[in-house]
Design a protein around this ligand. Structure first.
Ligand SMILES: Nc1ncnc2c1ncn2[C@@H]1O[C@H](COP(=O)(O)OP(=O)(O)OP(=O)(O)O)[C@@H](O)[C@H]1O
Length: 300
């Protein structure tokens, strides 16, 4: 179980400070797929990076803390201080574009053994990795390729293979399929979800696509202007959205037989239309496990 305690994450640009995430407090249970949606710039990626422990200037945690509730490979608790040592082993990240994460100048197989602790058993790790990528629908020879020799879909599949190979307890996927065509997108998401079911771990998945959230997530976290406006079981959030911004996201989903494709722009770009909300950081539990922030809606 991961607990975020009044987390505030900022960027310092010269004398200016941007509070990208402001006062997020929530608990993420184990063995669960949590979808994160929200308009562009609402702080989703910043929050994901902070949880992953990828905190680099100008970004910093200005308040609050993260309790990972995880044990590292050495059996010691994972903390904000040592989380980087746990990358790939206990916590991993599937980025939007695998091209930025797979090292372009080394062959894929080297990327599977480029971890502390695999020095002594490289051969065995490679054998296992070859078998593993096969299970994920990749040919064994892909291991001997450079990233640019694989198609975009194969690279993203490879990234998922790398991110799941050590069976981490937490996987963060930040818009893992946006760069891919629709059919490959679906395959990749299904793969991620099958692996989650098998491993029983937790996946946090950022997506602008509410249809994806509806299909694959157990819980939904809706962000707006650096704050969480709604958090709860996906069924409950979709059946009974409490916050006007959540309602707008859900209403913008095209329904079958709806020719007008109402608000597709909003569902895909996360645009908030002509409304702006002032959101309080505290969440109120409106139903068991379904939380909403108090906020005032105002026309821009
Ligand atoms: N490196 C950076 N330096 C300065 N400000 C940043 C940086 N990265 C993000 N921000 C700011 O932090 C805020 C949140 O950005 P973030 O990328 O987390 O939003 P997001 O919800 O993931 O957006 P998107 O859906 O467009 O990816 C925005 O105001 C953004 O401009």
């Amino acid at each position: 179980m991961i607990r975020l305690n009044d987390l505030k994450i900022s960027y310092r640009i010269g004398s200016r400070t941007i509070d990208a995430v402001d006062g997020v407090t929530l608990t993420i249970p184990d063995n669960c797929v949590v979808g994160i949606a929200g308009e562009s710039g609402s702080g989703k990626s910043t929050l994901m990076k902070a949880i992953y422990g990828d905190i680099q200037s100008p970004m910093y945690i200005s308040r609050g803390s993260i309790d990972y509730g995880l044990k590292g490979v050495d059996g010691k608790p994972v903390t904000a201080g040592n989380v980087r040592k746990e990358w790939f082993k206990s916590i991993s990240y599937v980025p939007q574009s695998s091209m930025n994460s797979l090292n372009p100048v080394i062959k894929i197989r080297e990327q599977f053994i480029d971890f502390p602790g695999t020095d002594s058993n490289k051969k065995r790790v490679l054998e296992k990795a070859r078998a593993y990528i096969g299970k994920l629908g990749l040919p064994p020879e892909a291991m001997d390729s450079y990233p640019h020799q694989l198609s975009g879909g194969m690279r993203q599949r490879m990234m998922i293979a790398l991110a799941t190979f050590f069976q981490p307890e937490l996987i963060i996927a930040d818009e893992p399929t946006t760069a891919l065509d629709v059919v490959v997108q679906k395959d990749i998401l299904m793969l991620l979800m099958e692996l989650q079911e098998e491993m029983g771990n937790t996946i946090l998945v950022v997506s602008h696509d509410m249809g994806v959230h509806y299909q694959v997530t157990h819980k939904m976290l809706i962000m707006y202007a650096g704050r969480v406006v709604e958090y709860g079981d996906t069924d409950s959030v979709f059946a009974d959205p409490q916050h006007p911004y959540t309602r707008m996201l859900i209403d913008s989903l095209p329904t079958i037989g709806d020719d007008s494709m109402r608000g597709v722009l909003a569902s895909q770009a996360g645009a908030s239309g002509d409304r702006a909300y002032r959101v309080e950081p505290n969440l109120i539990e409106v139903k068991p496990g379904h939380f909403v922030a108090q906020s005032e809606g105002a026309s821009v």
